[in-house]
Design a protein around this ligand. Structure first.
Ligand code: TLP
Length: 339
C-alpha cells in the first residue's frame, strides 16, 4: 500500500469520474464548440455568480493569464512572500507580464489591508505602478491556512479606493469554503478574477478555471491561445471537472479531519518542534535542530509513505481523496515506531 502525501495533485480519477469522462460529448474548444467544456465553464461561472469562465490546463496558467490581463510591463503586483505566483511559477510574473513584485511578510501566507497599504507605491516617476493584489486561499506555504472573510473585505475596500485589481489564487478555495462555511457567491462579488483548481483536492486529473467579467475572459482566452493552452477536444477532462464540482466538494471535510489526525500524531514525536495550525488538508511541520529530516523521509518511504521536505527543517504532508482510513491507520502505526 502506497500512501502518497506529496500533494493533493496526485489523486487518480475515481471509477464514477472515469465513467463521466467516457460518456461525454466533445468538440473543438478553440472554436468554442466543446459542449463539455462549455458546460463546465457555465457551471463554475454560475456557482460564483461571475460572468464567465475559462478552462485551462493548469493553475499556473490561470494565475499567469490573470496577471497578464490585469497588468502592463512596469506595473507591480502585491502579494505575500510565500505566494505560489511568486515562489512556484518559474518567475512567470516577470517572464509573461514584465511586471515587478512587491512582497509582503504576512501571517502564514495571508496578508491584511494595512500590510497591502504599506506596499502601495507612491505616484512617482521613479517607482513601478502598483496595479494588482494577489491573495492565495488556502495559502499553501502557510500550511493550508484560510482567510477570515472580514480580512478579505478590508483588502477589497482598499483595492477599490486605490484603483487596484484583486485576483485570487484559489487553487484550494473549496477547502477554505468548507473549512470556513463561506460561499462561492461572496468570493465572486469580491474579486475581479478567481483561479480555481479541479486537479487538487477536488480530484480531477487535469484542469483549472479562470473566472471573471465577460471582457476579461475574452482577453484571457486570447492569452491562453498565445501560451499554447487552447486544447481542442478536451471535453473529457472538463467532464471530470464537472463531476468533481458536483460530487467532491463536501467530502473535503474528511481530508481536513485526516490532516488534523496527522497533526496530532506528529505533535507526539519528540523530533517535531512545531506543526503549523492545521485548518484544511495541508500539514507543515518543523523539526528540532540537528534532526536528520532526509533520513526520516527515507525511512518513511521505505514503509510506503511519501512526502517532501520544503526546507532543511520543514516537511509537508497533504491529505486528499485517495487517502483512506486504512492508510491513516498504517501511517499512525509507522509514525509510532519511528524516532
Ligand atoms: N501547487 C503544487 C506545487 O506547485 C507546489 C503543490 O503540490 O501544492 N496555486 C497554488 C496555491 C498551488 O498550490 C498550486 C500547485 C498552483 C497554484 C498551480 O497549480 P498547477 O500545478 O495546476 O499549475
Amino acid at each position: 500500500m502506497l500512501i502518497d502525501l506529496r500533494s493533493d495533485t496526485v489523486t487518480r480519477p475515481t471509477h464514477e469520474m472515469r465513467e463521466a469522462m467516457h460518456s461525454t460529448t466533445v468538440g473543438d474548444d478553440v472554436f468554442g464548440e466543446d459542449p463539455a467544456i462549455n458546460t463546465l465553464e457555465n457551471l463554475a461561472a454560475n456557482m460564483f455568480g461571475m460572468e464567465n469562465a475559462l478552462f485551462c490546463p493548469s493553475g499556473t496558467m490561470t494565475n499567469q493569464i490573470a496577471i497578464k490581463c490585469h497588468t502592463q510591463p512596469g506595473d507591480e503586483v502585491i502579494c505575500d512572500e510565500l505566494s505560489h505566483v511568486y515562489q512556484y511559477e518559474g518567475g512567470g510574473i516577470a517572464f509573461n507580464s514584465g511586471a515587478s513584485v512587491k512582497l509582503l511578510q504576512g501571517d502564514r501566507g495571508r496578508i491584511t489591508a494595512s500590510l497591502v497599504n504599506t506596499g502601495i507605491q507612491p505616484d512617482d516617476v521613479h517607482r513601478p505602478v502598483s496595479r494588482l493584489v494577489v491573495l492565495e486561499n488556502t495559502a499553501n506555504r502557510g500550511g493550508g491556512s484560510c482567510y477570515e472573510w472580514t480580512d478579505i473585505q478590508e483588502i477589497e475596500l482598499l483595492c477599490r479606493q486605490k484603483g487596484l485589481s484583486l485576483h485570487l489564487d484559489g487553487a484550494r478555495l473549496f477547502n477554505a469554503l468548507v473549512a470556513k462555511g463561506q460561499t462561492p457567491e461572496d468570493y465572486g462579488k469580491t474579486f475581479d478574477s478567481i483561479s480555481i483548481c479541479l486537479s487538487k483536492g477536488l480530484g480531477a486529473p487535469v484542469g483549472s478555471l479562470l473566472l471573471g467579467k465577460k471582457d476579461f475572459i475574452k482577453r484571457a482566452r486570447r492569452f491562453r491561445k498565445v501560451l499554447g493552452g487552447g486544447m481542442r477536444q478536451a471535453g473529457s477532462l472538463a467532464a471530470a471537472g464537472t463531476y468533481a464540482l458536483q460530487h467532491h466538494v463536501s467530502r473535503l471535510k474528511k481530508d481536513h479531519e485526516n490532516a488534523r489526525a496527522i497533526e496530532k500524531a506528529l505533535l507526539e514525536k519528540p523530533f517535531v518542534k512545531e506543526v503549523l495550525p492545521v485548518e484544511t488538508n495541508i500539514v507543515i511541520a518543523e523539526t528540532v535542530e540537528g534532526f536528520d529530516l532526509t533520513g526520516f523521509i527515507e525511512k518513511m518511504k521505505a514503509s510506503g509513505i511519501l512526502f517532501f521536505a520544503i526546507s532543511s527543517n520543514r516537511f509537508r504532508m497533504v491529505t486528499h481523496l485517495d487517502i483512506d482510513d486504512n492508510m491513516m491507520n498504517k501511517l499512525s502505526e509507522v509514525l509510532k515506531n519511528i524516532d
